[in-house]
Unconditional design. Structure first.
Length: 435
């Protein structure tokens, strides 16, 4: 991923240096297990650990690979140069390249999941703070983009919090599913490497042994992992889209923080654009575009092929680095989001009371009017507000058919904002737990 959308901790997982370090640990732990089983001499297994604190020479490994056309062999050759060719003669005993590559990818994705879960937890904290801050701040709810009935700004934050609780669970499940390793040798039969070696390596690397690896770890696990990332990205876009809508000039209920010295447009000095949430919408697309290739990787030939390899070399770092950046950016947006209560109030009252139409409809039916007639009466007066800018409550009170069922006081009572907010505490308890 390009540096512009990368954060150091996640990016560091995918450097060649980090990859070769994991390769080394897998080979060294495998050697320890083989020595314990008597498969190789203990002194040879111990000799490999001489490279424990060595910085592997990436340029040297790349040079060897240009000749061998094989990345794992290039690394093993360089490792032998460090620990001694005779001492390293039992390295990779009975193993195949996928044992190293697939187990390494599992380690990287598992560690990436830990970072992403921490990112989501930080976002959850920010969402909860803003939800509690604006728990009872009224705003108009919308369906189809049209004013519907009142909600609160706190409920908007709360629903995003609930969505990212699900995101956290999905990432936790994805981490558990991807955290399997394989040291099973050619075609996965353990013919030349004892299954106890695999168990030892997996324990040391924080993984579980893959039940049937067939030389590669099944790619449905990876597909599930990237699908989970894609869903989290979609949730990010969901929040970003709402904020972009709220920042529109015609709405102006909230906007991204605008820093001192920040410029909104190269041409128009007055502009304050929702650039961060627009950026998040684009980043979500980048993460989601990794999902289909991951699913297409599931179908491999027989016990293995490498059609998945080139795909994963790109989507592994790209998806995790991008999502890490996007989650951190969204957290910053939520923390700094400016809420315009004047705009919220103006929009709430923009339609002259129309948003209380359902209460009037229900009151008429409870007063004995058929639903069909009640709907007709309410809609008739509502259209006057739409078409001529009339006051809804006044029109209802002036309508003889409505007044035959409801008194002026009964009509006025139906325009009480608090009626719509009486269960906010219940919803908050569902989302955040008991106070």
């Amino acid at each position: 991923m390009i540096p512009r959308y990368s954060r150091p901790e996640m990016a560091a997982l995918w450097t060649p240096e980090a990859k070769f370090r994991i390769w080394f640990e897998i080979e060294a732990h495998a050697g320890d297990a083989m020595a314990d089983l008597g498969t190789i001499p203990r002194e040879n297994a111990d000799a490999v650990w001489k490279a424990k604190d060595v910085e592997f020479d990436v340029a040297r490994i790349d040079a060897i690979e240009r000749e061998t056309k094989h990345d794992v062999i290039a690394f093993l050759t360089h490792l032998a140069e460090i620990v001694g060719h005779d001492e390293a003669r039992f390295v990779h005993q009975g193993m195949t390249s996928s044992d190293v590559l697939d187990t390494t990818l599992a380690v990287q994705l598992t560690r990436a999941a830990d970072i992403l879960i921490a990112d989501v937890e930080a976002l959850l904290e920010a969402l909860e703070r803003r939800a509690r801050e604006h728990k009872t701040t009224p705003r108009i709810g919308r369906s189809h983009g049209i004013h519907a009935e009142p909600v609160t700004m706190g409920l908007t934050f709360a629903r995003f919090h609930a969505e990212f609780q699900r995101a956290r669970r999905r990432l936790t499940t994805a981490k558990a599913e991807i955290a399997t390793g394989a040291i099973s040798g050619a075609v996965g039969t353990f013919a030349n490497v004892d299954p106890r070696v695999e168990a030892h390596v997996c324990e040391k690397m924080g993984l579980m042994p893959e039940p049937v690896s067939t030389q590669v770890i099944p790619r449905d696990r990876h597909a599930a992992f990237f699908a989970a990332l894609g869903l989290v990205a979609s949730s990010i876009e969901n929040v970003a889209t709402e904020i972009r809508h709220m920042q529109r000039t015609e709405v102006l209920e909230a906007e991204e923080a605008f820093g001192k010295g920040q410029k909104g447009s190269s041409a128009m000095p007055h502009k304050r654009n929702p650039v961060l949430t627009e950026n998040l919408t684009g980043l979500a697309r980048l993460v989601r575009m990794t999902v289909i290739p991951a699913m297409e990787n599931v179908a491999l030939w027989h016990e293995r092929d490498i059609s998945h390899s080139s795909v994963e070399r790109a989507i592994g770092p790209d998806a995790t680095i991008t999502l890490d950046f996007a989650l951190a950016r969204l957290t910053g947006v939520i923390e700094g989001l400016v809420i315009h209560e004047q705009g919220l109030e103006a929009n709430l009252n923009r339609l002259g009371g129309l948003t209380m139409s359902q209460r009037v409809l229900l009151a008429l039916t409870q007063a004995g009017v058929t639903r069909e007639d009640a709907y007709r009466l309410v809609q008739r007066n509502a259209m006057k507000v739409w078409d001529h800018g009339a006051d809804f409550q006044a029109e209802l009170k002036a309508d003889p058919e409505v007044r035959s069922a409801l008194s002026e006081e009964e009509i006025s009572e139906k325009f009480d904002l608090g009626y719509h907010l009486k269960h906010v505490d219940t919803i908050f308890e569902r989302v955040f737990g008991a106070a």
